[in-house]
Write a protein that binds this ligand. Sequence first.
Ligand code: GTP
Ligand code: MG
Length: 332
Amino acid sequence: MPANLPPQYYELERAFKEEQDPHERLRMAEELHRIMPKHKGTYKLQAEMKTKISKLKKLIDSGGEKVHGAKNAPTLDHIVKEGAAQVILIGAPNSGKSSIVDTLTHAKPLVADYPYSTREPLPGMTTYDTVQLQLIDTPPISTELFETYMNSLIRNADIVVLVADLASDTMKEDIEFILQALEEKNILLKKDKSEKAEDARMSYKNTVICAHKEFEDEDGSKQEQLAKIFPDFRIVATSILEEDSLEQLQKSVFEATEQIRVYTKPVGHEPDFKDPIIIPIGGTVDDAAMALHRDIAKKLKFAKVWGEGKHDGQRAQADFVLIDKDIVEFHE
Ligand SMILES: Nc1nc2c(ncn2[C@@H]2O[C@H](COP(=O)(O)OP(=O)(O)OP(=O)(O)O)[C@@H](O)[C@H]2O)c(=O)[nH]1
Ligand SMILES: [Mg+2]
């Protein structure tokens, strides 16, 4: 039986064969498997792709992805994810990336009043309303510098925060250069999931635009420029001098992850507001139970749900769709 594969399959397969980075190869292999029509004619191909996916996962887990150098040697091109999302801050030299990571996390990046101060990526954890987000500070992107590992780091991140420097006379040109440099590496920044990934070879990244050093943009003209370059994107005006603005940035980043917080409530006890379950938007009672433990999902008879638009303790079945900040009590 002929496989009848769609044209984008062949395009992606070509890119897959050329790609060296195991993380990117894994993403592509999973995409190839996803777009492959599932019928008898593709049984063999499906099986082969599953094997490739499994081998790539093992390779990555074993830390043996580096062709050169010792196994488990620290690599600059991959940072292990922690928390609800991995968020990479990118931007022109001196735009304020390190200052933001310094203010929001316990990491201690070098902040300096001269450009090119950050030499290596540095992760740190930040907490937004009980949600843990991993921020990564990075070296700048400019006509003089685009570290090769940045490509994989950005691809592996869940969210990109592009830090625009409102105090810079060359903000627009700097950003246009960054967008062009990313596109050359097949990375496209997008506003959210609603923007369809049309080209399977490209890596589309949900992006928040950080209009940083907001008080330096007295007439608002820089913010206007940003709104033109990034129509409908989440754009947050920030300053390290204003804590609220950085909290707003965290909020927008969490929204960009397209996930929700669900609080659990043991029967007869108060809800646990400290440690929410994080599930994708559109997630159900069953997804929340699964995220907690497979057994809870298996044994689930029904749940009681509290939250916006519901009666208190409303009975809900496994397929009930939850929204942000719902409280769920699982019943076996
Ligand atoms: N006015 C103002 N200055 C800021 C703000 N945030 C950072 N800065 C200053 O901007 C300069 C650069 O800050 P960094 O955080 O080191 O910038 P960076 O983007 O990490 O720079 P590189 O690592 O060289 O790419 C420093 O002098 C900071 O004090 C802000 O919100 N407002
Ligand atoms: Mg820096």
